[in-house]
Design a protein around this ligand. Structure first.
Ligand SMILES: CCCCCCCCCCCCC/C=C/[C@@H](O)[C@H](COP(=O)(O)O)NC(C)=O
Ligand SMILES: Nc1ncnc2c1ncn2[C@@H]1O[C@H](COP(=O)(O)OP(=O)(O)O)[C@@H](O)[C@H]1O
Ligand SMILES: [Ca+2]
Length: 565
């Protein structure tokens, strides 16, 4: 966004009874105390009238007298500005009665606290007269009006049953007051059944809104994602059943207020699953493009996924966890242990096309952070690659397919790192949010101990791919076909099993005594939803949607933050 040019303002005002020099330009609001810090002990009960009078006299000699210590906030991180509500007790204690009426304004702004958490902080500036106060209010509000990326009207879907069933409470207590403060109007829908939000998005007048917000977990986000992408394709007459179709990107942004069990999409795009932090990213109008993968079976669309598409271990964890939904988020821990102990492996074929143009690789040490260069570079290279393809200057892409045949503990495609509280670095720590590629992780059949070692590395700093039984590739598309699968007309999955029933089932188990199979096929975990089909193909669509997020910020302090200077 172009910075708006405003005449720089500089005045002496008071903050908490301390006279301060306040300055504003088109980028930042900054204030510094005028008196040295050692005076602070005598501050209680100070007559503010005197402070202001003295401060006025000091204005001319400011440049000489500035002590170190002060605050600076980017205008883009101011939540709202308004006339201050004068607290009567404070008013009297500060001997304001010397003046006929106090004039003050409050600036609400983003403050960074630990672990990528944001909070909304307020600071009140007391002015010597009404004209000065109005002047400042107008200047600040004019600047905020120029923050055109900020949403004014939002459509909110709340899943009252997600996670610990606190979605409604979280929204009402923590989020709605912030949206109010920022002057955002909302239409709120508390969902009444699964897919309520998805279906509603096909009908709703999207032009009324600057964003869609979901309150819930990854499953709820997935609903909104399907509703929005589906709606946009329908409006543009694009057939999503065609796996080759170039899908139309969605202009309207999606916000996630985390209130689910894993909250992986939120965690990986914001750095923390914290409702207040996410609400503030929405208010500031952040924008983070996100790749979306489509999953098809032949010419039939199945689902979209943005985080994990997993067969084997994560499919079985999901299947097992669904039976224990009443346990809330803990259902995944129980299911994880049970699935680990059952130690299944599954036979099949994985074929993939590498994302040759991608700037990074799954085992490098780069991480997708806010304003990621790898994402920028990769999407530029992808554009060039696609142009070259259209012009026919590239060799036949069909020759690029690579195939892995075998028995697998897990086949996972991670379109983003999939960080979540259970695994802070995620399934594929170097995966990128918007590079147009996904990381295909193939865990070959291995011993229980080795699989445990691989899993444990998701929770510590060691490389979970550094095992001879794990391979990882950055891909633009992949296909999976389970061994026990017959596909004549697209629907006869596992025909051999159905035809001869138990006999055949026993046959397969005795074929593979060592892998301990008691089931032939696993299922796919697609962002926390199960897929009915096992033979699938997946393709990445670069930057198909945008979120109200900015990627994970570098936690080292930088001058951009609202910080003491
Ligand atoms: C012995 C220690 C083992 C620790 C292994 C930790 C690996 C954790 C990797 C988690 C990757 C999560 C990817 C996100 C998936 C979500 O879409 C999905 C659904 O989340 P939701 O219930 O909708 O919030 N959650 C799960 C667990 O499948
Ligand atoms: N009102 C509702 N009743 C039942 N299920 C719902 C409702 N609203 C949404 N859902 C479904 O609940 C599932 C889980 O929601 P989610 O918010 O992701 O919670 P969790 O993270 O605990 O799985 C999603 O698949 C979503 O489609
Ligand atoms: Ca990606």
């Amino acid at each position: 966004m172009e910075p708006v040019m405003v005449p720089a303002l500089r005045s002496v005002l008071a903050v908490s009874g301390q006279s301060c020099e306040l300055s504003l330009d088109s980028e930042r609001l900054a204030w510094r105390e005028l008196r040295p810090r050692r005076d602070r002990s005598r501050r209680t009960g100070v007559c503010l009238t005197r402070v202001l009078q003295r401060a006025r006299g000091l204005t001319d000699s400011l440049s000489r007298q500035l002590p170190s210590g002060g605050h600076s906030i980017p205008v883009s991180e101011i939540v709202s500005v308004g006339e201050a509500e004068i607290d009567e007790t404070y008013h009297h204690s500060m001997k304001w009665e010397h003046m006929c009426k106090p004039h003050a304004f409050t600036v609400n702004y983003v403050q960074r606290v630990k672990n990528h958490r944001w909070r909304c902080k307020a600071v009140t500036f007391w002015c010597s007269d009404e004209v000065l106060c109005c002047h400042w209010l107008k200047a600040l509000n004019d600047l905020l009006d120029h923050q055109t990326c900020r949403p004014k009207h939002l459509l909110i879907y709340i899943n009252p049953y997600g996670g610990k069933k606190k979605g409604k409470q979280i929204y009402e207590k923590k989020v709605a007051p912030l949206f109010n403060l920022a002057g955002i109007s909302t239409d709120v829908i508390v969902t009444e059944f699964a897919n309520h939000a998805r279906d509603d998005l096909y009908e709703v007048n999207l032009e009324k809104y600057d964003g869609i917000v979901c309150v819930g977990g990854d499953g709820m986000f997935s609903e909104v994602l399907h509703g929005l992408i589906g709606r946009v394709q329908k409006d543009k007459d694009i057939d999503h059943d065609n796996p080759e179709a170039n899908l139309s990107p969605c202009a309207i942004r999606i916000g996630i207020i985390p209130a689910g069990s894993t909250d992986c999409v939120c965690f990986a795009t914001v750095g923390i699953n914290d409702p207040v932090t996410s609400a503030l990213h929405i208010i500031l109008g952040d924008s983070q493009p996100l790749d979306v993968c489509s999953v098809h079976r032949k010419k039939r669309f199945l689902k979209y996924t943005v985080s994990l598409l997993g067969y084997g271990f994560y499919g079985d964890v999901l299947k097992c966890s669904e039976k224990n939904r009443w346990l809330g988020p803990a259902r995944y821990d129980l299911a994880g242990i049970k699935t680990f102990l059952s130690h299944h492996c599954y036979e099949g074929t994985v074929s993939f096309q590498a994302a040759k143009w991608a700037a990074g690789s799954p085992r490098d040490l780069t991480r997708c952070m806010s304003g990621c260069d790898i994402c920028r570079q990769s999407s530029k290279q992808l554009d060039e690659h696609q142009k070259a393809q259209t012009l026919g200057s590239l060799q036949n892409e069909q020759e690029d397919w690579k195939t892995i045949k075998g028995k697998f503990m897990a086949v996972n495609a991670a379109n983003m790192c999939c960080a979540c509280p259970r695994s802070p670095k995620g399934l594929s720590p170097a995966a990128h949010l918007a590079d147009g590629a996904a990381d295909l992780i193939v865990v070959h059949k291995c011993s229980r101990l080795n699989f445990l070692r691989h899993l444990i590395r998701h929770t510590n700093k060691k490389d979970q791919f550094d095992f001879p039984f794990v391979e990882v590739h950055r891909v633009k598309t992949f296909q999976f076909t389970p061994k026990h699968f017959e596909d004549e007309d697209g629907d006869a999955e596992s025909t051999d099993l159905r035809i001869s029933g138990k006999k055949n089932f026993a046959q397969i188990c005795t074929d593979h005594p060592s892998c301990g199979c008691n089931q032939v096929n696993s299922i796919w975990n697609c962002d926390g939803e199960t897929l009915d089909q096992t033979a699938i193909e997946m393709r990445v669509h670069s930057q198909l949607v945008k979120l109200f997020a900015r990627g994970v910020e570098d936690s080292k302090p930088k001058n951009k933050c609202s910080s003491r200077i």
